[in-house]
Design a protein around this ligand. Sequence first.
Ligand code: DMJ
Length: 458
Amino acid sequence: MMSIDSLDSLVVFQNKSEFHRAVRLIIDNVSFEKDVTVQVFEATIRVVGSLLSSHMILTNENNLLGDYRMPDYDGELLTMAHDIVLRMLPAFENTLTGLPYPRVNLIKGVLEGTINETCTAGAGSLLLEFGVLSRLLNDSSFEIIARKTNARLWNFRDKRTGLLGNVIDVQTGEWKGILSGLGAGLDSFYEYMLKAYILFGDETDLKMYLDAQDQIWTHMRKGRANCRSDDGQPPIYVNVDMRDGKVVNTWIDALQASFAGVLVLDGMIDEAVCFHALYYALWKKYGVLPERYNWHLKAPDVSFYPLRPEFAEATYLLYRATKSPFYLHVGREIIDSLNMHSRVRCGFATVHDVVDKTLEDRMESFFLSETTKYLYLLFDEDNPVNKNYSRLLFTTEGHIFPISNKFRDAESLSPILDLNVSCQSNLVEDTLFPPLNENRLTQIFKMMGYYGNEVQAS
Ligand code: DMJ
């Protein structure tokens, strides 16, 4: 998993020989003919996304990153991506709602007694990978499956609020998790509606995204209307009950930090600046991010930090959008504290407890596929990814897909957005100043319980 998931990071690091060596090792040694049960979502974003991204790099389908062609490459990674997706298809069959089972065995299909509950993001964030697979193979069936799944989830929205919960029963369609928020269980569902529109140009995806944004704004967003200019409490997005929009708890989670990146893609830079600042306060407080932080109690609810990328990702995307050196400074702090708290002899370790900084013997593959990639790109201004930024899209696992007319339906061909231009325009005059003035940043720090006097354990 780790070597597959980190393939295009080697391209970002411009290490052609290691990329080719890794591709060869994967072709020669990896087989999905295995009696193992995988999560459909994780296998899609980590394995399928990476194989597709690398295939496009190797075949020059994505030539924006440089010439990485390999003389003896014969489409094997695409064949592997096709193979594992075919093995996962039983997950989409025989449920009463048509929503997929979350887990499937790569040889035996859906095992008896398998769990019937899926999180919304797990079922509803497959469209980029399935869509690109379809377009590369010229076989629309995979994209159709992902689109049907999204449409079904969408139909299960609460009739009164328009909100989705975070866990649903794939047989009954009953919501088993009524929490509606931007973090775990829902995060990439929103992200993929917008990214699917950017990649494929289909207005249905944009409409869904805009509807979802309306509900988010109505039910979850609290605080002053414009964070960078109005008075009052800084904005914060709360977790609500999907049935009536009432606040259900007072925590935010680390995954939710990715929403700042979605806001950047949407061109809502001021909002993204403030959203990111909430997490910056937490990073300053702990030197890493707790998995869940209770902003009311001003303490972690869940204390581990598995080297997640979302805060680094948002920092990078905000830097691309604003060019404010503030984000370079934040990136430097992230790198320093990762080195200080989690670096070990053979890699980087999950922080078991953000307070005492004890470690676990675990390094998730997203650390190499995302966290390191975004931090590297933040500082490597001349990287081909940065030079071609408006023509590239990161999947939710950080894999790089080209935004190309080849992936867009002729009949729904809306213009490819130039993300650099639309995002920079807001703040271009402030480039040399921090995006938030000191008072506003201090206000956010206080709201998150960071007072500048915390002592970090080393
Ligand atoms: C990654 O696997 C992906 O970013 C996913 O969408 C959610 N979280 C992890 C990293 O935190």
